[in-house]
Design a protein around this ligand. Structure first.
Ligand code: DCP
Ligand code: MG
Ligand code: MN
Length: 344
C-alpha cells in the first residue's frame, strides 16, 4: 500500500521469507529467478496484510500466495522457523555472498570465482586469483570494509557541505541537492546521492559541470577513486559513481553518486532518487495501473510496450508531469508524502 507501514503483524514471516529469497537470489540456475519473483510478490502481499495470519485457508486466500509458499508460511507461524533456510545455506552461497560485497561483483562472477576454487577475500588477494579482478573490483576489494558499512548522517552532511560550495563555485546558479536515504531523514546512509541541475532560462545549462566538479574534487582529495564514469560528462543527464572521504586523517572511504538531470525532469528525478526503492516500485505500479509510465525522467502517458518484451517501447509516449514531485503525486491520486514518510 502507499501508507506508512509501521508494525507489520506478520513481520517474522516477512523476515524469514526474505532470508530465503536472498539465498535463492545468490544462486545460479534456471528456476532461481522465478523463485525470487514469487517470494517478492508474497512478501509484499504479507507486508500489506493488516492482521496476524491464522489458518492455511486464510493464507491461501491472499492473492499471489500459492501452495508451496503457503506451507512455508504455515511452518513459520507454527514453529517460528523455516527449515528450508538451513538447507539452502550452502558453502557456495555463503562464499558467493562475501564476494558480492565487492563493488562490481555480481552473482555470475562470484559463482565463477567459487568454481575456480576461490573461497575468501584473502584468496582473492593472492597472486593466483588477483588477475581475475578488474581495476574497479580491486578498488572494491581494497575498501571492502568501508564500502560495506554505512556512514552516520552527520558524515554525509559534512561531505555534502564540502562539496556543494565547490559545485556552486563553478556556477552559482546550479541546483545541488542531496537525495536518497539522507533526504528521507535516515540516521545512517549507505552512500551520498547528489543531484545537480540548472534552470536554463538564462541560456546556460549545467552541461560540462560534472567534469569540472570531479576534477576539483579529485584535486581536493575529496573524491578519491572513480568507479563508474558516465559516457560523457557533458550530457545534461549523467550518472557518476565513486568513492570519497573527509579530509580528516583516518576518515573512511564513502560511496558517492552524482546524478545530473535536465532541469525539466527535476521533479521526477527528485521523486526517483529519494526513494526508497520499495516506495518507487509502488508508485510505478500505481502509474501503470492508471495507464501511465513513471521513471526518473517523468510521468508519461501513451507509452506502448512490446507485449513480448515489456522493456522495449514501441512508442515513447508524451510527458504528463515531471517538474515537481507534487504534481506527480496528484495525478497518481496519492496524497503527498514527505521524503521521511517514503519508507518501507
Ligand atoms: N533506486 C531505485 N531502484 C534501484 C536503485 C535506486 O528506485 N534499484 C532509487 C531509490 C533510492 C535512490 O534511487 O532511494 C538512491 O539509491 P541508493 O542505492 O543510494 O539507495 P538509498 O540512498 O535509498 O539507500 P542507501 O542509504 O543504502 O544509499
Ligand atoms: Mg544512497
Ligand atoms: Mn546511491
Amino acid at each position: 500500500g502507499m501508507q506508512v507501514r509501521q508494525n507489520c503483524p506478520n513481520q517474522d514471516v516477512v523476515d524469514l521469507l526474505s532470508e530465503l529469497k536472498d539465498l535463492h537470489a545468490a544462486k545460479a540456475g534456471p528456476d532461481e529467478h522465478w523463485r525470487v519473483l514469487t517470494y517478492n510478490r508474497a512478501i509484499s502481499v504479507i507486508r500489506a496484510y493488516p492482521k496476524r495470519m491464522q489458518s492455511m485457508n486464510e493464507i491461501l486466500s491472499l492473492r499471489g500466495i500459492g501452495q508451496k509458499t503457503g506451507q512455508k508460511i504455515s511452518e513459520i507461524l507454527a514453529t517460528g522457523r523455516l527449515q528450508r533456510i538451513k538447507y539452502e545455506t550452502t558453502d557456495e552461497v555463503l562464499v558467493s555472498r562475501i564476494f558480492q560485497g565487492i563493488y562490481g561483483v555480481g552473482r555470475t562472477i562470484s559463482l565463477r570465482w567459487y568454481a575456480a576454487g576461490c573461497r575468501s577475500l584473502d584468496d582473492l588477494r593472492t597472486e593466483k586469483y588477483r588477475s581475475l579482478l578488474s581495476d574497479v573490483q580491486r578498488i572494491g576489494l581494497e575498501y571492502y570494509g568501508d564500502i560495506n558499512s554505512r556512514m552516520p548522517r552527520e558524515e554525509a552532511k559534512a561531505l555534502f557541505d564540502l562539496i556543494k560550495p565547490i559545485a556552486l563555485s563553478i556556477d552559482p546558479n546550479l541546483f545541488v541537492e542531496i537525495m536518497g536515504s539522507y533526504r528521507r531523514g535516515k540516521a545512517d546512509c549507505g552512500d551520498i546521492d547528489i543531484m545537480i541541475t540548472r534552470c536554463p532560462d538564462d541560456g546556460t545549462t549545467h552541461a560540462g559541470v560534472l567534469g569540472k566538479l570531479l576534477k576539483k574534487l579529485h584535486e581536493a582529495d575529496i573524491v578519491t577513486e572513480d568507479l563508474a564514469l558516465p559516457e560523457s560528462t557533458y550530457d545534461l543527464e549523467a550518472i557518476y559513481r565513486g568513492l570519497c572521504q573527509l579530509p580528516q586523517k583516518g576518515s573512511r572511504r564513502r560511496r558517492i553518486d552524482f546524478l545530473t538531470i535536465p532541469w525539466n525532469s527535476r521533479g521526477a528525478a527528485l521523486l526517483y532518487y529519494t526513494g526508497d526503492d520499495i516506495f518507487n516500485r509502488a508508485m510505478r505500479l500505481k502509474a501503470n495501473r492508471m495507464g501511465y509510465s513513471l521513471n526518473q525522467r517523468g510521468l508519461w502517458e501513451g507509452v506502448v510496450r512490446d507485449p513480448s518484451n515489456r522493456t522495449k517501447k514501441l512508442n515513447t509516449g508524451s510527458i504528463k508531469a515531471s517538474e515537481t514531485e507534487e504534481e506527480i503525486f496528484k495525478i497518481l491520486n496519492v496524497p503527498y508524502q514527505e521524503p521521511y514518510e517514503r519508507v518501507r
